[in-house]
Every structure is written in C-alpha cells, then in structure tokens.
Design a protein around this ligand. Sequence first.
Ligand code: UD1
Length: 416
Amino acid sequence: MKNTLFIEGGYPLQGQVRVSGAKNAGLVLMVASIMAEGETILDNVPRIKDVEVLIQILEDLGVRISWNRDGSLSICPPSSGLKTQTSYELSKKLRASNLLLGALLGSQGEAQVSLPGGCDIGSRPMDLHIKGVQALGAEVDVEYGYIYATSKERSGSRVYLDFPSVGATENIIMMAAKTPGQTVIENAAKEPEIVDLANFINSMGGRIRGAGTDVIKIEGVPTLTAGRYAIIPDRIEAGTYMIAAAITGGEILVENVIPTHLHPIIAKLQETGAQVEEVKQGVLVKAAQHITPVDIKTLPYPGFPTDMQSQMMALLCHAQGSSIIVENVFENRFQIVDELKRMGARIKVEGHTAVVEGGTRLSGAKVRATDLRAGAALVLAALAADGVTEIEDAGHIFRGYEKIEDKLKSLGAKVR
Ligand code: UD1
C-alpha cells in the first residue's frame, strides 16, 4: 500500500506552502557537475525519487555524492577514471539520464548511454540530441537500446533544432561547453531550466550567452572549476499548488517562486477567474466563486507548459462550460482522461485535442497515476471531489514532488 495515496476531498486548502528546487533544473545541474574539476555543492536540490535515481546512476559512474547537513548536495567526480557507460537497469527509470550523453562527451570524449525511460507520455525520440552532438564532431551508433558516441576530434559548430527540445538543447550546451570553438544553437529551447544550466556552467568558468532566447552561443573552455550554486524554484510544483487553491475554493500563498517563470500559468489561472497576486513572499492565489472555462494550447516556453496540462484539465472539469485543450508537445499526454472519467469527469479526446465539459462535481474513486503530472492532476481532482479517492501507483508523484503529503496536510488536506 506504500504506493497508494488516499485523499478525502472537499476541504478548501488554506495557508502557505514553500516550493522546492526545480526537478528539471536539479537533474541537469547534477549531470553537468560531473564535467567540473573538484567538488560542486548544489543548494535547493529537491529530495525526490528522480534525484535519488540519478544519484545512483552517477555513483555507478564513479562520482562521489553526499547530502550535507544543511540540505545541500555535494558532487565530486573522480579526478580520473570516470566510467562512461550508464547502467541500463538504472537509466530506464529516468528519462533525464539521457543528459549524460552531452556531459560525458564534453568531459570524457565518449559516452555509452542507454536509451532512457521516465514518464510514458509519448515516443520521446532522441534524434535531435544525436544530430546536435554529431554536428560538434561526435560519431554516434545506436544499437540494442544504447547510444554509443565518441568525439575524438570535435569543434564548435552551428546546430539548428527542428523543435526547441529541452533535453537536446541541454545536451548540446554541455558538450559545447568543453568543445573548442564556438557553437551556435538555433531554435534552442528557452525554458528557465536552460537558463539555470547556462548560469551554472558560467559560474564554473564556462562561456555561454543567449540562454533564454532562441539563439545560444557557446565558446568552449578547456576546464570548468567546481563551486557552489543554488537551483531555481520549481515552477511546475508552484503551479500545482496554485491550482490546489483554485480547485478547492481555497487561498494559498505559494512561497519561493520566480514570478516571471509562472506568467504563462498565472495568465491562464486568471482567465478562469482565480485571483492571483504577486506579493513579496511569492504569489497569493484566491479561488474564484465560479470557474470560467478557458482554452489551453501547450507550447514550448514561454507558452503554456505541457507539464501543467493535466493539472489544468482537472481544474477545468469544475468550470461552468466547455474548455478545449490542445496538447502540442507530447502525443500521449491524455492518459489522465480515463482516470478523471472514473471520477465523473466528462471529457472527449480527438487526436491532440481534448474537450472538457465542465459543471461536474467529481466524486471519489479508485484511480491510477499513469505518469508524474497525471498523478499530480489526480491529487488535485481528489482534493475537490466528494468522498475518498484512492490513487494507485502514486510512486510516479513522488518522482517529482518533494514531501507532497506533508505540504498538502499543512494546507488542511486530508491525505494519507
Ligand atoms: C523536458 C522535461 C519535461 C517537459 C519537457 C517539455 C526534463 C527532465 N524533462 O523533457 O518535464 O515536459 O521538457 O517541456 O527536463 N523530441 C524529438 N526529438 C528529440 C527530442 C525531443 O522529436 O530528439 C520531441 C519529443 O518527442 C517531444 C518534444 O520534442 O514531442 C519535446 O521534448 P523535449 O523538449 O525534448 O522534452 P524532454 O527534454 O524530454
């Protein structure tokens, strides 16, 4: 039963909640740390399952990692003899393990990276990652579920991404950071986590400009020197608690956020009628009396994040009218629909589009978290539903939300 959450709905959530460090920034910064000489100390790394798995993957490569008393994470690669083959058994649990491709090519000149696992939200190919590292001189073979790459002779180059893939942009940045010459990434991803990666590498002596825009320029440097760095707050965790206020008729002060990172989410929440105010400590969200339906299109940043789509769908089940959600980033992100339907939701899916008919009061049911964000959406739906909801496979939720049970309880939720 360890992987099951029981939630009794119907209680408006009130109070304040502190957002943890960003999962997606934490994971890539941990990986980038292995490119540095010396011990990196990262502050704000969330204590979540994905981080635990990545620690195991890095330790398996020979990296020494420990949690410090002040909650920071120390990462120290060996001065020589870092393994360059990632374990298949561990990598299949974590999509972000594919980021070792760029970090190992950049620091060791070779990488054997297993094709990664993670959330089952679509085919998630790696062609753009491979195209990027090949442009910088890597030779790549894909066989038996592994990517084999070597980069004996490499130099900076121009890479155009057909789609602004977050992971591909990160892999290319990491390899280019230590590849001689200038690399230019065009149509790069602009997510805040990309900016955090660039700032982190620059804090170690890297030379990256333009992160946060769609053209990133990287001058390779021979050495990166480890230091101390604090990870940005998690905008998706913040958005999830903001919706928790809106869906339960509550009022929550979400602390430790960078409001600009939340603007795409704030804009849509305000359209639903929720009051969202930027205050000194964070953002204050007050639920609307009546939820207005809105249309959502997921897009790369600064568009509406695909990682908030399921949570928004849960909210829109309560709107007074129909909303249309178009998923443009991952093809398989409507698995949540069948689970919400068990709770009484009325949703129709046609290809990449879902029509959510609002006006239903959801009721508790036995449901299953099919992926991380679907799991978060079920938690939200359960908080607002009549009766008790039993969420199976809640392990998916713990992959990405630090202390979710404690945080929800502190806001008045009935969770166990
Ligand atoms: C990252 C985030 C994930 C988020 C996603 C989009 C991490 C660990 N995960 O995932 O939470 O939902 O960004 O914001 O940071 N694609 C290709 N070829 C490629 C690479 C990607 O076609 O080589 C496609 C994917 O199939 C998908 C789209 O591009 O349809 C976006 O993927 P991408 O931005 O790469 O997401 P991830 O980096 O996997």
